[in-house]
Design a binder for this molecule. Sequence first.
Ligand SMILES: [Zn+2]
Length: 576
Amino acid sequence: MSYLALARKYRPQTFSEVLSQDFITSTLQNAITLGRVSHAYLFTGPRGVGKTSTARIFAKALNCLSPDGASPCGECENCVSITNGTSLDVIEIDGASNRGVEEIRSLREAVKFVPVKSKYKVIIVDEVHMLTEQAFNALLKTLEEPPEYVIFIFATTDQHKIPVTILSRCQRYEFKKISYSQMLENLENILKIENISYEKDALNYIIRNSDGCMRDGLSLLDQVIAYSGGNIKIEDTLYLLGITDNYLSNDLFSAILKEDVKSLPDIISQIDEKGIDYKYMTECLIEHTRNMLFITFAEKSPRSDITEQEREYYNNLQPYGDKGRLYSLFQILQKLINDLKYSDFARYVFEFAVFKSASLSSIIPLLDKENTVKAAPVIKTENKSIVKEEVKSEVKSSEENIYENIKPAENIKEKEEVKQKEESISTPDENGIWVRVMNMVSAKDMMLYGFLQHAKIVKDTSDHLIIKFPSDRQFQYKNIKNGRLRDSFEHIVGNITGKDTKIDVEIEKDSEYEKKNEIVENESSKPKQQEQKQTVKKNQIATYASHKLKEEYKDDKFIQASMKELGAEIINVEKK
Ligand SMILES: [Zn+2]
């Protein structure tokens, strides 16, 4: 006896053998029992999930000579000839290769003859969406007034390509992908019958590569059996599936998470030597990231067909996979996929992204608490005098800081820069979110960073952020308040706080300038707010006096005329 492929050998022959489509099979059976059979059916859904098999079983059930209720016996003359594809009353045509108007015309002719040995003439058209427009039109005629004994069953993977006129004349049934558990059960049953031993993880890989399509699953199983000779092992399966290079993406991902930068060049060379597509490798890394996120935070298996090996792999990596890192990693990889599409230097683009991924803790500079103050942004007063503010907010920072676990940067250059700026810095509360926001902004959006340098923090809790620009920073204020930098700013703040933080961007009015300075003058006797302490240096008061003078001279008629004539403005007034 010649060898019969598993997909054919184990093709479902009764309604109960059709997997995962219970709703459809029971509806069809009811239709037969109740005598309410429609003359046209449309079966839609992905390939290999049982559409054609169900059509054949339905044809058998309709024409069976000794049915058991609505189930075909499988043994009578009609059942056997339909199973063997020799029935004269069940015509099966493939829409892909018989798509022209001529074929449909001959089909119409065939329909005119009454069935030879059965009750119904069943026409099964597979891949019906492939028919041409004229063919559909020709078909429509028959569908409108079919002879009583004719039943059409159309099957398609793409119902959107079928004209509405056809759709509206059919009863539609949507087939689902076959679930993991049913697929596994079916494969295990078949292997038992075939008396073949197997490793369960091998089946997991087969199911994963079948994507809910039983036919694919069985074809793969066939190949693996042929290769491994009656004892299915993981290695053989991986080899046949062409995923022996799995370990490379595993090694790469763990090197990235562990920030083991030294081993990267070697792994990348291996990827290059084996000619593995960088885009494919990036996709693998994205999948690893996703799986890691599921296992670590949802405490849920990322997929039902996960293998024991994989579970162990992810469990070992858990200590390295904090949320902030995984989110950032996902962003980098997603961008990498895009970059690879347009770059002529795939390897370099890939390398840079991978190195960046493996250096996240130094790219997203973070504070340890001692360094908090140094990384704060620069805020200059209008007259460039030096003000040191110490703001002590009672509000504690959100515990949800996603970057908390990433170590601070050790970027020397940056530290030097910070040192230089230190003198003119006013420092926000180290428990607030501002410093973290600025650190992330500096890594992501230099323009926004430049703009925010002029802002002063009024409030920086994770619930509410208020920043204020000096009156001469209209441009920066407008761009961040509702201009094009708003989105980027909101996004970064959201990333830091992990929630929808309210953001207010304000600007000082000119009159506020005076008020502020008056407060500064009276500081020692009357603090502005209890939680704010301000230390004012002597030269501040001197500058304030000069400001007063400037205001006086503004009203001077001679000076006003000169200003108008020359387009000048008063910059400074000094007392002699
Ligand atoms: Zn029968």
